[in-house]
Design a protein around this ligand. Structure first.
Ligand SMILES: N[C@@H](CCC(=O)N[C@@H](CS)C(=O)NCC(=O)O)C(=O)O
Length: 209
């Protein structure tokens, strides 16, 4: 197996953390998004979407989308469990994990991409040729602030995001929040639950990846 990775990008980081939490050692190949390596023929031949991460199996199968990489690896390596152990846990972890990607990661990406010259004709991650829209910077910020509020409320009810232990939902939330900080989106000052949780999850060695 090998992981197509990009060290500075938040979605490949989800895969890196998941792999580390499983205690796996999967070699990785760095693909630079900033230099547009992910849009060149060599990488598109591996992943036609041009997105990262992608996991290539020894038989040549390529798995894209971080949550699908999670599912594949959890099926092969069930311990430690990161996606839930029974139907309710699996559904709860899945719904918070998706929430963090769709309402968190995508909102922060909307804020970041639509103000960045490098992504002028790369409004969507990967290969699209679609132009950015500067007005979406403000909308991305508003969406991200809404996401922070929902997260703050949820983390007031439980120690970890989805269930009573660390799961893939915490991984995606961590990657989204650290990405937000890097691109200049600050948490509201009253985010004490997020801050408490962030301190805890950031002590895990995988969070350094
Ligand atoms: N839904 C995808 C999102 C992947 C994604 O958006 N990756 C970004 C990096 S964080 C990317 O490939 N960007 C390529 C680009 O901007 O051209 C997943 O879960 O893996």
């Amino acid at each position: 197996m090998k992981l197509y990775d990009c060290g500075m990008a938040p979605n490949p980081r989800r895969a890196r953390i998941f792999i580390a939490e499983k205690g796996l050692d999967i070699p990785s190949i760095e693909v630079s998004i900033i230099d547009g390596e992910n849009l060149k023929d060599d990488y598109l031949a591996i992943n036609p979407w041009g997105t990262l991460p992608a996991l290539e199996l020894d038989d040549g199968t390529v798995i894209t989308e971080a949550p699908c990489i999670f599912v594949y690896l959890e099926s092969l390596y069930p311990e430690p469990n990161l996606l839930g152990m029974d139907p309710i846990e699996i559904a709860t972890v899945g719904s918070w994990e998706r929430f963090c990607e769709m309402q968190g990661m995508q909102a922060i990406g909307e804020f970041f991409r639509n103000q960045n010259e490098i992504f002028k004709n790369r409004a969507m991650p990967g290969f699209s040729g679609i132009s950015t829209i500067p007005d979406l910077v403000g909308r991305g910020k508003a969406r991200a602030e809404w996401f922070f509020k929902k997260l703050e409320k949820q983390l007031g009810k439980s120690e970890f995001l989805a269930i009573d232990r660390f799961t893939a939902a915490d991984i995606t939330a961590l990657c989204a929040l650290d990405f937000a900080k890097r691109v200049g989106l600050e948490l509201p000052p009253e985010s004490k639950n997020i801050e408490r949780w962030h301190k805890v999850v950031s002590t895990r060695p995988s969070s350094q990846l």
